[in-house]
Design a protein around this ligand. Structure first.
Ligand code: RTP
Ligand code: MG
Length: 142
């Protein structure tokens, strides 16, 4: 299995709860390396474009409100099978369905405010990394 990169967000609820470090530890414990990272405040344009795939869904406006409600951490994670591994570590979209020990089970309360985002496929990972890190991401460090 080749080394892969995926895009991740620590959402405003988790930043407000002061658990960025705890969530980063979950990534590291799963063998994912943080190879780029920054804190930023999403504009409505950025959040709307990022979640454009959900534009017709009933929760879209609430999702944009939530994602712009405070700062987020955005990061690129690298590792074997990183996209699937990150989704595994995150847990199910609804924290009530998330397996014990996953980030959403441990740090999220509701499906609307669910602590983290992770890319769901190689194509979306590439688009999302380029969207948030247009300046580029370092080559492998080792
Ligand atoms: P994400 O894109 O944030 O990583 O989450 P996901 O793949 O697990 O879930 P997705 O279906 O892509 O939904 C994106 C985000 O929209 C919010 N959502 N709310 N109220 C609802 O029924 C509902 N469903 C989805 C969540 O914040 C979800 O993470
Ligand atoms: Mg998604």
């Amino acid at each position: 299995m080749a080394i892969e990169r995926t895009f991740s967000i620590v959402k405003p609820d988790a930043v407000a709860k002061n658990v960025i470090g705890k969530i980063y530890s979950r990534f590291e414990e799963a063998g994912l390396r943080i190879v780029a990272s920054k804190m930023l405040q999403l504009s409505r344009e950025q959040a709307g474009e990022f979640y454009a795939v959900h534009k017709e869904r009933p929760f879209y406006n609430d999702l944009v409100d939530f994602m712009t409600s405070g700062p987020v951490m955005v990061q690129v994670l690298e590792g074997e099978n990183a996209i699937a591994k990150n989704r595994e570590v995150m847990g199910a979209t609804n924290p009530k369905d998330a397996a014990p020990g996953t980030i959403r089970a441990d740090f999220a309360e509701t499906v609307d405010e669910n602590a983290v985002h992770g890319s769901d496929a190689p194509e979306t990972a590439k688009v999302e990394i380029d969207f948030f890190f247009p300046e580029g991401v370092c080559e492998r460090l080792r």
